[in-house]
Design a protein around this ligand. Structure first.
Ligand code: 5AD
Length: 351
């Protein structure tokens, strides 16, 4: 039964592909409830009911990639492009620190304007002024030397989703020349340099199957990342997939729970995309095992421009200024937002 499959996964932190496929393909409401209850207990044993917050600074929506799902793809001539200047990024950090953020996530499209010569001093300045904060980068694929320079400047973590664990599906989501194997090589390089790495995938992207989701999970097992970000695919009206349906909320919850069970001490955000497809999405994510939320700390005048998908939430509790709302939302579901760097808790093999 699926309950037995979930129990096996809980006990051994892995499950053969066939049973995982059946589980993902056929889980019932009761199976979801059961997986969530185990995921919640595991999360509590490592992190209690603390919710770590990350201030998300959306550096640039220029992007040289043309990923078929994405609203800021280079082929979208309608997107109004912007760049935040390094000085302004620092101001976002100042404001974020005041608000209680101890991790800053600097995310952007793959924008060659941000050379190492521009990024290194920016990161150094944040590092020197906020020695108690973590600096997370999410800037797509760069060179090994660039990763090294940014790490030496003071960055600690790097987010780079693998998007799908199936190489041929990866090609269907991206433009020619973009390969899953390369993405995985980048993640391994980042890890070897010393970054805490985050990867993840979209749930319900066009062409996804239970089999490809199983491959997503095996990649997580193989890479053992400190952070795992997943959220539903949401169509963008100027993308190739504009007519495709969004990913399912219940499947996202189930995958979150399975990931928490497989990687017990991972840092797992309840993502903005989950909050976009469902008003209670973030709560549902947290109650499925997520323990991180990433409110928007970008300058106000660009918040409506970093649109990876339609209806992206950036107001209300998604906004860093509304942390009080978020605190209340989390208290209502028995969690507390904490002022904390929120580092990964390493667990010993076999424990
Ligand atoms: N729907 C949901 N998530 C998306 N992303 C990009 N486009 C979309 C979309 N249309 C996700 C990708 C990327 C992250 C920053 O945002 O997984 O890695």
């Amino acid at each position: 039964t699926n309950k037995a499959r979930i129990d096996y996964l809980h006990r051994f932190r892995q499950l053969n592909d066939k049973d995982l496929t059946i589980l993902i393909d056929t889980f019932s409401k009761e199976d979801l409830m059961y997986a969530k209850s185990i995921a919640m207990a595991i999360k509590e044993s490592y992190y209690g009911r603390d919710i770590y917050i990350r201030g998300l600074i959306e550096l640039t929506n220029y992007c040289q990639c043309n990923c078929l799902y994405c609203g800021i793809r280079s082929g979208n001539t309608k997107a109004e492009r912007y760049r935040i200047m390094p000085d302004e990024v620092f101001k976002c950090c100042e404001k974020g620190y005041e608000l209680g953020f101890r991790t800053f996530v600097i995310q952007g499209g793959e924008d060659p304007w941000y050379t190492d010569d521009k990024l290194v001093p920016m990161i150094q300045k944040i590092r020197n002024n906020y020695p108690d904060c973590a600096i997370t980068l999410s800037l797509g694929e760069r060179s090994r030397t660039s990763y090294e320079k940014l790490y030496d400047a003071g960055a600690n973590r790097y987010l780079l989703r693998h998007e799908t664990g199936d190489a041929s599906h990866y090609r269907k989501l991206h433009s020619p020349g973009q390969e899953l194997a390369d993405r995985l090589t980048h993640l391994k390089i980042l890890k070897s340099i010393g970054y805490q790495i985050g990867t993840g995938f979209m749930v319900g992207s066009p062409g996804q199957t239970p089999e490809s989701l199983v491959k997503d999970l095996s990649i997580l097992k193989e890479l053992n990342p400190e952070m795992v970000g997943i959220g539903p695919f949401v169509p963008h009206h100027e993308s190739v997939f504009k007519a495709c349906p969004p990913g399912r909320v219940d499947l996202t919850q189930f995958m979150l729970a399975l990931i928490r069970i497989m990687l017990p001490s991972a840092l797992i955000p309840a993502t903005t995309s989950l909050g976009t497809v469902d008003v209670k999405g973030r709560e549902k994510g947290v109650l499925s095992g997520a323990n991180v939320i990433m409110p928007n700390l970008s300058p106000m005048n660009v918040r409506n421009k970093y649109l990876l998908y339609d209806n992206k939430a950036y107001t209300g509790s998604e906004a860093a200024e509304s942390l009080e709302n978020l605190r209340k939302d989390m208290e209502l579901i028995g969690h507390q937002v904490v002022v904390h760097r929120g580092d990964f808790i390493a667990i010993r093999e076999g424990s």
